[in-house]
Design a protein around this ligand. Sequence first.
Ligand SMILES: [Zn+2]
Length: 257
Amino acid sequence: MATLFRTTGIILSRRDHREADRWYSAFTDGHGKVEFLARGGHKPLAKLTPHLEMPAEIDLLLVDGRQYFTVASTDRVRAFPNVYADAGKLTLVSGALHLVDIGTKPHETDPVLYDELTRFLAAVDEAPALSAERSGFLLAAFGLKLLAIIGYRPELANCLACKDALCPGSYRWYAPKGGVVCDDCSTRDASQWFAARPMKDETLKLIRFALAERFEHQLRPHLPADTLEAFHEAVESLIISHFPTIPASSLREACIA
Ligand SMILES: [Zn+2]
């Protein structure tokens, strides 16, 4: 027998199904990522969908029909109107929602991730207009926090091999193992670490900052072009190494509206 349940969530993605129906993926506070079908039928889908088509926190009444979920009703809990009104912010938020969509497995409840996602939406909503560079930085910062929450927190302080604290200017970046390895270890065991890449102190500093600080504090620091490029490469290498699916576009390209 079908059962009804209520949950609060944020729509991550959508795709059309047949003529009148649409599948949605949502990240919910109580059930993690869920997929559900919105049926058009003879009732206009538009009555349900306004809340499902824009970035918002919504109350969902879902029907568990054993094979799949369908949505019975929706109600908006919290809107992010400045995101919806600004093409650049909307692109940034879509990029972040895409990362959550491809980085999480269905039905794994994660209240920490839910909070981080709503904090991110609120911060982007309240932020002043964002440059493409700043948006790209924020998207990568979100990606780093997401990696940490889903179990891939990068090692940024101690060598992955010998566990000693890093010395400035004498370490390399190795994404498959998720962090930094000291020069001594990478030379000693060159066959294991041959793919480790040089990294500058400024880049590591920016990665630490992006992972640790709240989004509100990430609007200020100056972002030199070469440091930002190295930062993006490092975060993307982590995502490619650890996500089950590779993002649809690079973190920088995702923010060029
Ligand atoms: Zn070492």
